[in-house]
Ligand binder design. Structure first.
Ligand code: ZN
Ligand code: ZN
Length: 113
């Protein structure tokens, strides 16, 4: 993979609840806030041993939004959410995989055909 694909140039909270990331390879990633919150894989949200979800999606407000986003080392971001959750670490590699921008959604759809 192009190493620039894992290098964010700009990380922005958009629409008051979603996240947009401009990557160094030119890709602009988009992540709906609630989707990203439910994708959290921290020990409070997912059983570390079994991978089973602990987080009940119904306990996450519809309007959950990131309050702050900070880089963790050179490989991930940590998001503090307005529902009080702040342990979630999102590795850049994973963010590229779960990207929900129009181009990636079209790509996923094409592959699952
Ligand atoms: Zn979590
Ligand atoms: Zn994308």
């Amino acid at each position: 993979m192009d190493p620039r694909a894992l290098q964010p140039l700009d990380i922005e909270i958009v629409n008051d609840s979603d996240l947009a990331i401009s990557w160094a390879d030119g890709h602009v990633g988009f992540f709906p806030g609630r989707f990203l919150r439910l994708e959290c894989k921290c020990a409070e949200c997912v059983q570390e041993m079994t991978g089973e979800p602990i987080l009940d999606p119904e306990s996450v407000p519809e309007d959950v939004a990131p309050e702050s986003v900070e880089p963790v080392g050179r490989y991930a971001v940590k998001i503090t959410w307005n529902d009080g959750h702040s342990n979630g670490i999102y590795p850049y590699e994973r963010l590229r995989q779960i990207c929900r921008c129009d181009a990636c959604l079209a790509d996923h759809a094409a592959k699952s055909d």
